[in-house]
Design a protein around this ligand. Structure first.
Ligand SMILES: NC(=O)C1=CN([C@@H]2O[C@H](COP(=O)(O)OP(=O)(O)OC[C@H]3O[C@@H](n4cnc5c(N)ncnc54)[C@H](O)[C@@H]3O)[C@@H](O)[C@H]2O)[C@@H](O)CC1
Ligand SMILES: Nc1ncnc2c1ncn2[C@@H]1O[C@H](COP(=O)(O)OP(=O)(O)O)[C@@H](O)[C@H]1O
Ligand SMILES: [K+]
Length: 477
């Protein structure tokens, strides 16, 4: 599991560690790690040209000490100081002693640079980049040099990933001691490029993580795998209430996802039974009410229902885990959802989340983490917020799961239907609701990457690639 911690938690852990170490030791660890990554990116350090963008805090100090290390190995390193009076004093002295040079005003430092080190601001930053830093961020973006951000891309909010105004766009971010939420959640994640972690001995307290990202081995451990004692009912039956005469495809896609989610059988209830069976003859179908369809261990309701709310009330009243998606989010009775005793998983995209919260869509997109937490608390439900960064939050606080897989090619009609069937099937197979949501998002994102390879994908291709993604996870864990 990869975990991310808030600035407050990082600061507390830093204080505890600093008290046990000689002064400056932590910054030396950070700078040494940073210099190693810079050297790797440069390939040949000797004779290379490096520009440091140096703010007036410790983030700038890290950049100066790393710059000193590179200068000692023969790089030509020039530092642009945002405020010459307030630059990290000891760092600047070390940098000069190693042969580093401070840029004169108006000097065209970016010409011919191989690497730009962004030490403008780190976890001490507030708001978007200040005015004086903006031209430097723009120049870095325009230069062909590789841009390495120190700890965080300057200008992104460490705790939320929010970007107000300008921020540095990094190719690589070297982060120290702990991942910060802003590195894993868009829009910040997009600015960070590839994130490299440098261990400086920081030990944030257990249970204080803001975010968790599952890795292959976590997912492999959670996947439901049948044993000798299994039969189709013991593996779980998932019921799907989706589709309408107008949108039969949503039913087919949700069933496609469900068939690959580990449940032993899929029951479909609704008017698209013909379309479902002709595509997936293994599905058990009925057209009446869900309450009469036979026993299931979890329900998925909502994709492609249009305005037909008639089958929802039965599902919401069921005493098994229920996933509500798409039209179901609009049609379900909010009070009944809040009052459910068994687990509920809501899977809105940003627009649906905004409608549920009564806020503008822009708010949800800029503050995904706050929005998903707010929704989960308000609906006493686990909420999976879809989009460029998929987040899954439980109703009682705790770490939010952030999905590390996926591709923007997933933004295609019907891919959400596949995800809802998949997650519902995992619920029926017995996974906890937070695990079911985050494992589904993980496999779904992996399947999309597998099938896309940089080209457009259709939702049914994503469903078709799920077994391969599943096998990859089990093999590579
Ligand atoms: N505290 C520690 O033990 C360690 C800290 N480290 C580094 O120290 C950083 C934190 O240092 P600081 O607490 O000094 O804070 P920062 O260096 O992140 O930021 C503070 C400085 O940035 C300016 N600033 C704030 N918001 C800004 C904005 N929006 N635009 C431009 N400038 C802005 C402030 O005026 C202040 O001078 C970490 O991100 C990390 O890089 C590392 O050296 C590892 C050890
Ligand atoms: N920019 C993006 N980057 C990565 N994944 C995305 C992006 N936009 C959407 N997705 C994913 O694509 C899927 C789309 O689902 P949804 O919005 O419900 O579409 P539909 O209702 O057409 O099925 C979700 O899994 C979502 O997380
Ligand atoms: K930075």
């Amino acid at each position: 599991m990869r975990t991310a911690y808030s600035v407050d938690t990082v600061r507390t852990a830093e204080r505890a560690l600093m008290a046990r170490l000689p002064e400056g030791a932590l910054m030396q660890r950070a700078a040494a790690g940073l210099a190693v990554v810079c050297a790797e990116l440069l390939g040949r350090v000797y004779g290379s040209r490096v520009v440091l963008l140096v703010g007036s805090g410790d983030n700038g100090g890290d950049a100066l000490y790393a710059g000193a290390r590179l200068a000692r190995r023969g790089a030509g390193v020039v530092a642009v100081l945002l405020d010459a009076e307030r630059a990290h004093r000891a760092g600047l002295a070390a940098f000069r002693a190693a042969g580093g040079r401070v840029a004169g005003s108006g000097e065209a430092v970016f010409d011919g640079a191989d690497l730009v080190v962004d030490g403008i601001v780190g976890i001490g930053g507030r708001g978007g980049l200040r005015e004086r830093a903006v031209p430097l961020a723009r120049a870095a973006a325009q230069s062909p040099a590789v841009v390495v951000s120190v700890d965080l891309p300057s200008g992104i909010d460490a705790d939320t990933g929010q970007v107000t105004g300008e921020a540095v766009r990094a190719d690589v971010t070297v982060t120290f001691g702990a991942y910060k939420p802003g590195l894993l959640v868009d829009p910040g994640r997009e600015y960070a490029g590839a994130v490299r972690f440098v261990d400086i001995g920081l030990e944030p307290a257990d249970g204080e993580a803001e975010l968790e990202a599952l890795q292959h081995h976590d997912v492999a451990r959670l996947l439901p795998v049948p044993t000798e004692e299994s039969d189709k009912y013991r593996r779980g039956v998932v019921g799907v209430v989706a589709g309408s005469a107008r949108y039969p495809g949503a039913a087919v896609l949700a069933v496609a996802g469900a068939l690959h989610g580990g449940a032993g059988a899929v029951r479909y209830v609704g008017p698209a039974a013909g379309a479902v069976v002709s595509r997936f003859p293994e599905t058990l179908v009925s057209e009446g009410s869900p309450g009469k369809a036979g026993r299931v261990q979890a329900w998925v309701a909502g994709p492609g229902l249009g305005d037909d709310a008639s089958r929802l009330a039965d599902v919401v009243a069921a005493d098994v885990p229920v996933l509500i998606d798409a039209d179901g989010l609009r049609l379900a009775d909010a009070r009944a959802v809040r009052g459910r005793a068994a687990p509920t998983l809501l899977t809105p995209h940003a627009g649906e989340a905004a409608a549920l919260l009564g806020t503008p869509r822009e708010y949800v997109e800029a503050e995904r983490l706050a929005a998903v937490r707010e929704l989960a608390a308000r609906y006493h439900a686990t909420v999976l917020l879809k989009g460029s960064t998929t987040l899954v939050a439980g109703p009682d606080g705790g770490a939010v799961r952030v999905n590390p897989t996926g591709t923007p090619w997933l933004a295609t009609a019907g891919s959400g239907d596949v995800l809802s069937g998949l997650a519902g099937s995992l619920l029926a197979a017995g996974l906890g609701v937070l695990d079911a949501g985050s494992v589904a998002a993980y496999l779904h994102g992996l399947a999309a990457r597998r099938v896309s390879g940089g080209a457009p994908v259709a939702a049914q291709d994503v469903a078709g690639a799920l077994p391969g993604a599943w096998a990859d996870v089990r093999r590579e864990a």
